[in-house]
Ligand binder design. Structure first.
Ligand SMILES: [Zn+2]
Length: 118
């Protein structure tokens, strides 16, 4: 199936909204395993934020090194963790959206959609 046909089928199915969070921004089709064909039944419509999150969660394991994809104010401290900061030896948490890692020797909790695997 052509990409444009699949995308318009998905957009019709979901009223032009992300199927995961309802966002209307930066929507593209995402293949859902096991994707057997190129049609809408094996895809969801997901925004860029959700797709990043899904990709990160699929890849991250304890001990990984990650880099921050934006500047983050670190709660309870006076510093900003800068975009591009390398965080080594992350720990996973019970929440798939959050990992723990050390920045400036401080253990902080980071949302997975603010980082990518280094
Ligand atoms: Zn979304």
């Amino acid at each position: 199936m052509p990409d444009a046909t699949r995308e318009s089928a998905l957009r019709a199915r979901n009223n032009d909204l992300c199927e995961l969070c309802g966002s209307a921004d930066n929507l593209t089709p995402l293949a859902v395993a096991p994707a057997r064909d190129s049609g809408p039944d094996d895809h969801i419509l997901a925004c860029a934020v959700c797709q990043d999150q899904i990709n990160n969660q699929a890849e991250l394991v304890a001990g990984d090194a990650v880099t921050l994809t934006r500047d983050l104010d670190v709660k309870g401290t006076s510093f900003v963790a800068k975009r591009g900061t390398l965080v080594k030896g992350i720990r996973l948490t019970d929440n798939p959206e959050l990992i723990e890692g050390r920045v400036n020797k401080v253990l902080i909790v980071i949302k997975t959609y603010f980082l990518k695997k280094a």
